[in-house]
Unconditional design. Structure first.
Length: 131
């Protein structure tokens, strides 16, 4: 089906883009803007999570149309491109656990904001979806 092809293409394109970019322009990755300006350890995995969320919400409201399928493919492609590297990355487990514990409030805020946005959008998008 066309949607399956779209998903597979969207899944592979981000991985190919980032891998090509990392070989062709390695300096692009040395100090990205999100680290320089925001001082966050932002990876394309994080973009992938946001894009996957957009695709999942899109399916809730739009059904299995091209936009949410492409968003799911691209988001998962970004996530999976960093899946193995993140497993192989050496880290300090104690620091990881400290950060994990300290992030509870912000994590709860993000979860609540996403849920509230979906609830708030439901009536609006339900009206626009009706013929």
């Amino acid at each position: 089906s066309d949607l399956v092809f779209a998903f597979i293409a969207s899944f592979f394109i981000p991985m190919l883009w980032y891998r090509l970019l990392s070989f062709a322009v390695p300096k692009f990755f040395s100090r990205p803007l999100t680290r320089t300006i925001l001082n966050l350890r932002w990876h394309h995995l994080h973009w992938g999570a946001l894009i996957t969320l957009a695709g999942a919400v899109g399916i809730l409201f739009l059904g299995d149309t091209l936009f949410p399928i492409d968003a799911l493919g691209a988001g998962l492609g970004l996530i999976f491109d960093l899946f193995i590297p993140s497993l192989l990355l050496e880290t300090d487990r104690e620091k990881e656990l400290i950060v994990y514990r300290k992030s509870l409030i912000l994590t709860l805020i993000i979860f609540a904001a996403v849920a509230a946005a979906i609830v708030a959008l439901t009536p609006l998008l339900a009206r626009t979806a009706q013929p």
